[in-house]
Design a protein around this ligand. Structure first.
Ligand code: GLY
Length: 252
């Protein structure tokens, strides 16, 4: 599994509760979201990551979900073009920050692409085609990835927000995911999440640690059996805004 040394994160702002959501779990608490974000940053540090913390940008209620703004490989940072108009523009400050470390490529109109739709499995990328990522954006990304020696496969995603809302690659040929996406893990090991625990499909491998959301015992017992060093994080406030563990950082 790829080893990361840095991450970019952005703190949630006071406008956080005005972001996009389909969850029906109620209004998030700004104070609790800040606490949970601080715990997330601490987890990154414990995992050996140098954390670059951006202050909140109140113009963008979903701005803490930085994952959607770039796809980062060893060779380049591909700046995305978010598919929801309220999120378009979040990528500009990420570009300013990440260009200090990486060569920049960009997804351009009429392409739309969000990082939550991009699943990396070693040298292969899966690109979810969703309401946020169109085939034009996916084709542009596939071309850029090809230039750097990666392959890409497009996956239509029907019932969830982003591809990675429904599947995670844990490393070592292990996946966790929903039934709809089992084709990605064909021939590999996939923990199938139950419908009542669907949120737990979004896990995050950071170097030697596997980060899982707190409160999903059925998924947890299966993950534990794989022998990873697990860190559980409370994600309740981000879940209310359709955000998961991977959404909160750009790792490279
Ligand atoms: N609230 C996260 C998103 O919908 O983009």
């Amino acid at each position: 599994m790829h080893q990361f040394t840095r991450a970019i994160v952005r703190k949630p702002g006071k406008s956080f509760a005005k972001g996009i959501t389909t969850s029906n779990l109620g209004k998030p608490s700004f104070e609790l979201a800040l606490e949970q974000h601080a715990a997330y940053r601490e987890m990154l540090k414990q995992s050996g990551i140098d954390v670059i913390v951006l202050e909140a940008d109140e113009r963008y209620p979903d701005g803490c979900f930085v994952e959607d703004t770039a796809v980062v490989t060893n060779e380049a940072a591909i700046i995305t073009r978010p598919g929801d108009p309220s999120r378009l523009g979040e990528e500009e400050s990420i570009l300013q920050t990440i260009s200090k470390y990486k060569k920049i490529e960009r997804i351009t109109a009429p392409g739309n692409l969000e990082g939550g739709d991009i699943l990396r499995v070693e040298k292969k990328f899966y690109i979810g085609i969703t309401k946020r990522t169109n085939t034009e954006g996916a084709n542009q990304l596939a071309q850029l990835l090809k230039k750097y020696g990666y392959t890409a496969t497009q996956v239509p995603v029907k019932n969830i927000l982003h591809l990675k809302t429904g599947i995670a690659y844990l490393g070592d040929n292990n996946f966790i995911g929903v039934d709809e996406l089992k084709g990605i893990a064909q021939g590999k090991n996939m923990i199938k999440v139950e419908q009542s625990e669907e949120y737990s499909a979004n896990c995050l491998r950071v170097n030697d640690n596997l980060i899982i959301p707190k409160g999903f015992p059925k998924s947890k017992s299966q993950i534990v059996s794989l022998g990873y060093n697990i860190i559980e994080l409370e994600m309740s406030e981000f879940r209310k805004m359709d955000g998961g563990l991977t959404c909160l950082s750009l790792l490279f």
